[in-house]
Design a protein around this ligand. Sequence first.
Ligand code: HEC
Length: 465
Amino acid sequence: MPWRQMIGGAKTNEQEVIQKLSAASGYQLQLFADSVPNARWLAITRSGDILVSQPKKGQVSLLSPDRDGDGRADNQRILIGDLNRPHGLLLHENWLYIAESDAVGRVPFDHSDARLAGRYQRIVEGLEDSGHWTKTIEKGPDGWLYLSSGSSCNVCVEKDRRRASIMRLRPDGSDLKIFATGLRNSVGFDWSPKDGGIYATDNGRDWLGDNLPPDELNLIDPDKFYGWPYAYGDRVPDPNFINDEDPTIKEMIAASLPPVHKFAAHNAPLGIRFLRSPEQLAGYRGAALVALHGSWNRSVKDGYKVVSLHWDDGGKISQRDFLWGFLSENRKEVSGRPVAIAEDAKGNIYISDDYAGAIYRLSPTAAPQKAKVSSKKIPAPARVPRKPPPTDTAAAREGRALYLTHNCAQCHQQQVPLTGLNKKYTLQSLADYFDTPTPPMPRYDLNGEQKKALAHYLLSREALQ
Ligand code: HEC
């Protein structure tokens, strides 16, 4: 469908959009796809295909990666349709999970040929979807799935406790429980590879003027309350409840957790993604990207960009622009609104835009700088790009994906290089190593197949060297 017909308000054409944009230095920007109306959430398959949810079209599309080198998706097709405002997407084991506005469903997914391998089945039903209807689903390192649901209103006391919360459930849909509350609209959340915490964006309320309240980044702890609707920011009481005599409100505010970082008011942070690929430029490995969808409840527009968040050694967070130019200099014209961020195994970063119906790709280009080494060992020489590990066996490919998602490289790229494994281990004994690794090597919750896959990957990688 010609995208211009789909998007009210977008007057520029796609090439103009891309020309207006600027990216952080060292990253090359490309317009990966421009006919994906209402592109919202993203997920990347083990073969590098990009899945995109399009809630307003009730579908999820599949875009093939750019193998012919023109910077664009090689192919695009609808993977599954007839869904109820599908938003969140998650690939876990051999399932594709889809968070519809009122349900969570899953369908067997074959990563090797990018096809559905069975019937779509809803595993959670009856979720409320008035107001902030989008649902986002992600997988935690603890093996649970996490599901966020926005509020039904701007400011109100919800009847359904699942609104304005993050929930947790098992991969088969059972045991759905509320995990954290007081989150007005946490559209994006991800786990920090550094401290393991869940960092969630949250959109503050409307109608308190241009500069209130701040939008938030919260560090989510189990059973904690994050303030909404009674308070915002650093436990500032919400004017709607200021004259309420109910003493429990004061107690709740006092017990609520303030954000760990504040975004400017009405910037609307949506997707957040920690960059895990060892291919990222040194300053960006372990940083998080956040898509600021942009303001509507503000006299002068603000947001409309992607920022990077950087944690210093003391845990202090600083924010920098990563991809900007969606808003004209006079702050009047908008040419795009970023939503979600995904990173593939090669370090390519994909960003969806539901206004232009586009997906952008940013690739690290400058030579990666030397990472800081804290051990006394002689630092390894700066990484030179080497041939990627063989991906001829499915197991090695899966192992590589696991290596990336668990960010094994944070310790094994330089401090503890994994070399000579083929002299020490057989496939089986290496797989068994993961049952009882030597601290500080963490123990991961891996099943037998995953342990084998990692062993396959690590041994096949050595065969190359
Ligand atoms: C927090 C840092 C850290 C992370 C993350 C980490 N490791 Fe390790 N790993 C270590 C350390 C340190 C050792 C060496 C332990 C020892 O024997 O003293 C080690 C040892 C190993 C060994 C054995 C090496 C040998 O020569 O016997 C393997 C294999 C291994 N890690 C694989 C992995 C994989 C795969 C992952 C990701 C799933 C991973 N590690 C994540 C720190 C880490």
